[in-house]
Design a protein around this ligand. Structure first.
Ligand code: NAD
Ligand code: ZN
Length: 353
């Protein structure tokens, strides 16, 4: 299945196809024609898929090599980026050559950043292998690395030449990683797609969702595409994708490193903000019940022992999305539609109480 992302300066296809990875060389040939390719991945993904991908690329007309970083968020750093620039230079890559990001959101953000800055940008494909990356991070052209001061502090807007999604790669993903993606899927459906929501309601559990992964991923890609086409540079509707995230991020930080996953933080954030919005009459009544049921069905939390209001508020005010004493929050009108509401930062306390 193919979807085209159409932007003023650059259009590209998202291809979703089970088994695509085995013939990635042929797929890549339909999209671009660099000679040299560097595949950037992490060591887990390298073990699982590195050889297969290199073989297929080299069986096509590419001259491909691979470099694998340590798995995990700490690889999204300027230091790791620097080692990748060196590697690209050692391989003799020039602006007519290409990079493939093979992995989850970490690899996608890091490799995207490197590809868009090395020699002021070379060709670049996203090949996402986690559910989160397939439904969210590989689409839309945001790249970034973290610094010691903040997550995603340094980055670019750089659209890839294409996104190649093989849902079969999800078969090797740990369950808790699958849930990371499901939190984003619930978010996407809640803010923009009642039809997808209804489909999710029909599913029994995570396993059932993976059986139908191709359709679900495609639905999420359509949502992300629409938002990105309307607001490539994140000044307007793209903010809707932050539903549950402002509180979620703060909670992830205050709970302590590794205590809550991103997906858990987002699930808790969505549930809480929606509950308060419903109590305030800003969201259609009954929405929280629907949302909570969906979150719990996929084994994500709606309550936590780590809820410390003061600390969460403190963390929120340090978030980079806080500007000029106001904060943008995302509220559901009802399941399937959302709005951006600007409130004074102090008022945020009401939404975390
Ligand atoms: P990740 O990239 O760390 O991957 C999670 C783990 O799964 C890693 O250990 C990885 O090695 C492993 N893995 C990957 N594919 C696998 C597979 N098929 N089988 C088995 N194991 C596999 O994490 P993530 O959740 O994919 O991405 C999180 C990152 O995405 C964060 O850094 C976040 O900031 C970023 N992000 C970016 C955007 C964007 O628009 N650019 C949007 C959302 C999130
Ligand atoms: Zn997220």
């Amino acid at each position: 299945m193919k979807l085209t992302v159409t932007l003023p300066n650059h259009s590209y296809d998202l291809t979703i196809e089970k088994g695509l990875l085995s013939s990635i060389g042929e797929w890549a040939e339909t999209l671009w024609n660099p000679q040299k390719i560097v595949v950037i991945t992490d060591k887990n993904v390298e073990k699982l898929y590195g050889e297969k991908v290199l073989e297929s690329l080299n069986a096509s007309h590419f001259e491909a090599t691979l470099i694998a970083v340590e798995p995990g968020e700490q690889s999204k750093s300027l230091m790791v980026a620097a080692t990748l620039y060196d590697y690209l230079a050692e391989q003799g890559l020039t602006r007519s050559d290409g990079v493939i990001a093979l992995g989850g959101g970490v690899v996608g953000d890091l490799a995207g950043f490197v590809a868009s800055t090395y020699m002021r940008g070379l060709h670049f494909l996203q090949v996402p292998t986690t559910l989160l990356a397939q439904v969210d991070s590989s689409i839309g052209g945001k790249t970034a690395v973290n610094t010691s001061k903040a997550k995603n502090l340094v980055g670019t807007f750089a659209q890839p030449d294409g996104v190649l999604i093989d849902p079969l790669t999800l078969n090797t993903l740990e369950k808790r990683r699958v849930r990371e993606g499901i939190a984003e899927i619930i978010k996407s459906a809640a803010i923009a797609d009642k039809q997808l929501w209804n489909r999710l309601e029909e599913l029994a559990n995570e396993k059932d969702l993976l059986t139908h992964s191709e359709d679900i991923i495609a639905a999420c890609c359509r949502i992300k595409r629409k938002v990105v086409e309307e607001d490539e540079l994140d000044n307007g509707v793209r903010l809707l994708l932050n539903f549950g995230h402002t509180i979620g991020h703060a909670l992830e930080n205050t709970a302590g490193y590794g205590v809550l996953t991103h997906g858990e933080g987002v699930a808790l954030g969505m549930s809480k903000i929606n509950q308060v919005a419903e109590e305030k009459g800003q969201t259609k009544s009954g929405t929280t019940e629907e949302l909570n049921q969906m979150i719990q069905k996929f084994n994500l939390p709606i309550t936590t022992d780590h809820w410390k209001e003061d600390e969460i508020f403190e963390a929120l005010t340090h978030d980079k999305k806080t500007r000029g004493g106001n904060i943008n929050i995302i509220l559901l009108e009802e399941i399937g539609t959302a709005k951006i509401v600007k409130i004074p930062i102090e008022e945020m306390k009401e939404y975390i109480n």
